[in-house]
Ligand binder design. Structure first.
Ligand code: NAP
Length: 248
């Protein structure tokens, strides 16, 4: 099935897990060729997308490292010849009281969530402007970028910055590149699991109007929409698949 992304190439980070993996599947189902980038090898996601009839290549690297991002974008161009859509899903969090958070941990969260988004966006937009067809950037923030959360200062600050970077880039690169954002609420991925979140915080996640955790497919649908022909008059906007946690 195609939903208007035939002939497009989508560069997606964080594809080895969670929302990024679902976005890779959904973009491929919509007709895009997908180039996936992750700290963990994207091979499993590539195989799964190909098994569903999609076209996907992968690259292992760190979004916070400039040379890795430049290498990945270059490999995407070598593989697929172009880059039309960039989706910044890679992210991390550090649940920690702010007075106990180390500089190293704070910097790591900001480096992955904000510097990574900047680097992937910058390299992608350079390609979109140089090939003359323009393109789309879809950044992934969080409802916590609006709300804040005790014990998540570095994460919330990094996501608030992603919301702001989205609006700045939307103004800077209009009309050739449309830059939008998806700010999910609680979604069923490892980020809500024990490696990232205490059971107490996890238990509070359903205290939202829709009273449940969302699925990765519900976020991927918003990503595909912002990447496709239905979103040609949208830039600088944020869509919130968040169960009603934020109603800006
Ligand atoms: P996830 O399942 O943990 O996926 C994140 C992916 O990003 C993982 O594959 C991870 O690889 C990768 N990654 C982490 N650091 C990286 C780096 N430096 N370079 C390249 N890849 C890196 O989490 P998710 O929930 O799908 O998160 C996706 C995005 O949605 C994140 O930006 C997150 O902040 C955002 N979000 C999630 C929720 C939620 O409730 N789940 C809500 C709002 C926003 P490793 O596993 O190897 O670290």
């Amino acid at each position: 099935m195609s939903a208007g992304l035939d002939g497009k190439v989508a560069f997606v980070t964080g594809v080895s897990s969670g929302i990024g993996a679902a976005a890779a599947h959904a973009l491929a189902a919509a007709g895009a060729r997908v180039f996936g980038f992750d700290l963990t090898s994207p091979a499993v996601t590539c195989d799964a997308v190909r098994a569903c009839g999609g076209d996907m290549a992968g690259y292992r690297g760190d979004v916070s490292v400039e040379d890795d991002v430049i290498g990945a974008v270059g490999t995407c161009l070598d593989s697929f010849g172009t880059l039309d859509i960039a989706v910044n899903c890679a992210g991390t969090a550090n649940e920690c009281p702010s007075l106990e958070e180390t500089v190293e941990d704070f910097d790591r969260v900001v480096a992955v969530n904000l510097r990574g988004t900047f680097l992937v966006g910058r390299e992608s937009i350079r390609q979109m402007l140089s090939h003359g067809k323009g393109g789309r950037i879809v950044n992934i923030a969080s409802d916590l970028g609006y709300l804040g959360r005790a014990g998540y200062g570095s994460y919330c600050a990094s996501k608030g910055a992603v919301l702001s970077l989205t609006r700045s880039w939307a103004r800077e690169f209009a009309p050739r590149v449309l830059v939008n954002c998806v700010a999910p609420g609680p979604i069923d991925t490892p980020m809500l699991g024990p490696d990232f979140m205490s059971p107490e915080v996890r238990a509070s996640e359903t205290a939202i109007p829709l009273a449940r955790i969302g699925s990765v497919e519900e976020v991927a649908a918003a990503i595909v929409f912002l990447s496709g022909p239905g979103a040609t008059f949208m830039t600088g906007q944020t869509i919130g698949p968040n169960g009603g946690s934020v109603m800006p």
